[in-house]
Design a protein around this ligand. Structure first.
Ligand SMILES: [Zn+2]
Length: 62
């Protein structure tokens, strides 16, 4: 069980919320749901992925 804490979303840069930490990164539930529900062919999805890649440089080969 993760601890709830006030965090700032790295995707939307919005104000802090009390929620989850995904992969040790702060993503608000709203953005997480958007990512989950987005179709991979949706341009918005690509924008999110690109944004996340810039933040999460775990796989530089992509
Ligand atoms: Zn967010």
């Amino acid at each position: 069980m993760g601890q709830l804490a006030s965090l700032n979303c790295l995707v939307c840069k919005k104000n802090s919320w009390k929620g989850i930490v995904v992969l040790e990164k702060q993503i608000c539930p709203s953005c997480e749901q958007k990512i989950v529900k987005l179709d991979t062919s949706d341009h918005t999805y690509l924008e999110y992925v690109i944004s996340l890649k810039q933040l999460w440089r775990d796989k530089p080969s992509i």
